[in-house]
Design a protein around this ligand. Structure first.
Ligand code: A3P
Length: 332
C-alpha cells in the first residue's frame, strides 16, 4: 500500500540523534486517499524506522465512534488539549485525572514508532483501552486507520504557527530526543521538511480540509491562548457536554500553564527523566542544568528568544508558501 524510501540528506544527517534516526519517506498514492482528501496528488510523511512495522497495523486499527482523538503536529499544544478534552469528556473528574497520568488516560498511539528506545507496544496499549477511548496522535490523515473515514470518531486537531512550533520542537529535540547540535541545523531540517511527521504544511492543510466534517473540530494554539474559555465552550459543545460557569472557571484555572506545570499527572516529568538517562550524551549529562520542563514557555511568539532575523524571514516565507493558495492562516 505504501511506497517507502530511505531519506539520506545532509541536512537530516546533521540532526540524527539517539531518540530519532533512520528517516523514511512514506508515500500513499492519491488513489488510496479517502475521498474527502483526493485532489490528484499523492501524500507523503516522514517517519522513522521504528514506525515501519506498525504502519499497516495502524491502517487496519479498529476505530469506534465514541473514540476521541487529539491530533497535532508535534509541539502544537497536544498535552494542553488532551487534559482539557479528557476532563470535559469525563465529568470534570479532577480526582481521577490526578490519580492517573495523561499517558495512561490518553495514550499516544504511535509512540513506539515515533521515539527510538522507548520500547513497548503503544498500538496494543490503545487497542486495550476501555471505551470511550482517548487517543493522542501526531499522524497526518494519510496514515490514520482506514476506519476513521467510515466510523467517523471525534477528532480534535490543533495547529500552531510554525515559528513557535519549530522552536518548541527544537527544545523537545534537545531535551527529550537527545539532540546536541546547533539550533540552526535543527531549523534547517524543519524548513526543508525533513523531520519526523513533515511536511508541516500538508499536515495542517489536510486537517483544515476536514474542518467542516461533523466529527472534526479544528482549533489553534493561538486561539486557546487568546480565549481559552471560548475554546472550552466549543469543545464542550462538540462533545455534547454542558457545564456550569463555576465548573468552567475551575477547568480554566486547572489548565493554566502554572497549574499544569505543577501537575505531576500531566507535566511529563517521567518522560524528561527517562530522556536524561537514555538519550543524553555524557557531556550533556555532566553539564545539564536540569532546567527543562516539558510544559516550558507556554506563550505565543516565544520563538523570538531562539530565532535570529535570518531564520524569522525564512520561516515567514515558509508560512507564506503554506497559506498561498487557500483560506488557511496561522493568525487564526
Ligand atoms: P513551548 O515549548 O512553546 O512552551 P505538545 O504538548 O504538543 O508537545 O506542545 C508543547 C507546547 O505546549 C509547549 O510549548 C508547552 O509549553 C505548551 N503548553 C503545554 N501546556 C500548556 C498550557 N497549559 N498553556 C499553554 N501552553 C502549554
Amino acid at each position: 500500500m505504501f511506497e517507502i524510501e530511505k531519506i539520506n540528506t545532509a541536512v537530516l544527517n546533521r540532526v540524527e540523534c539517539p531518540g530519532t534516526e533512520k528517516h523514511y519517506k512514506i508515500t500513499l498514492p492519491d488513489g488510496l486517499l479517502p475521498d474527502c482528501l483526493k485532489d490528484g496528488k499523492a501524500r507523503y510523511s516522514v517517519m522513522i524506522e521504528t514506525f515501519l512495522p506498525i504502519a499497516e497495523r495502524i491502517k487496519k486499527f479498529q476505530v469506534y465512534e465514541d473514540d476521541v482523538w487529539v491530533i497535532t503536529f508535534p509541539k502544537c499544544g497536544t498535552t494542553w488539549t488532551q487534559e482539557m478534552v479528557w476532563l470535559l469528556n469525563n465529568g470534570l473528574n479532577f480526582e481521577r485525572a490526578k490519580k492517573h497520568s495523561l499517558e495512561e488516560r490518553f495514550p499516544f498511539l504511535e509512540l513506539t514508532g515515533a521515539l527510538n528506545l522507548i520500547g513497548g507496544d503503544s498500538v496494543s496499549d490503545v487497542e486495550n483501552l476501555s471505551r470511550p477511548r482517548h487517543i493522542k496522535s501526531h499522524l497526518p490523515p494519510m496514515l490514520l486507520p482506514d476506519q476513521v473515514w467510515t466510523v467517523k470518531p471525534n477528532i480534535i486537531y490543533v495547529s500552531r504557527n510554525p515559528k513557535d512550533a519549530a522552536t518548541s520542537f527544537y527544545h523537545h529535540y534537545r531535551n527529550i530526543v537527545g539532540y546536541d547540535g546547533p539550533k540552526e541545523h535543527f531549523f534547517d531540517a524543519f524548513l526543508s521538511d525533513n523531520l519526523i511527521y513533515a511536511p508541516f504544511g500538508n499536515h495542517v492543510l489536510d486537517y483544515w480540509k476536514l474542518r467542516d466534517e461533523l466529527n472534526v473540530l479544528f482549533l489553534t494554539y493561538e486561539r486557546m491562548k487568546r480565549n481559552l474559555r471560548a475554546v472550552i465552550d466549543e469543545v464542550s459543545l462538540f462533545l455534547g457536554k454542558s457545564y456550569s460557569k463555576q465548573d468552567v472557571d475551575a477547568l480554566e484555572e486547572h489548565l493554566s500553564v502554572e497549574s499544569m506545570r505543577a501537575n505531576k499527572s500531566c507535566n511529563m516529568d517521567a518522560l524528561v527523566e527517562w530522556a536524561r538517562k537514555t538519550n543524553y550524551s555524557e557531556d550533556r549529562k555532566r553539564n545539564d542544568a536540569k532546567e527543562f520542563r516539558f510544559i516550558r514557555n507556554g506563550n505565543v511568539g516565544s520563538y523570538r528568544e531562539d530565532m535570529n532575523e535570518k531564520y524569522v524571514e525564512q520561516f515567514n516565507d515558509y508560512e507564506k508558501k503554506i497559506t498561498a493558495d487557500n483560506d488557511f492562516s496561522f493568525n487564526m
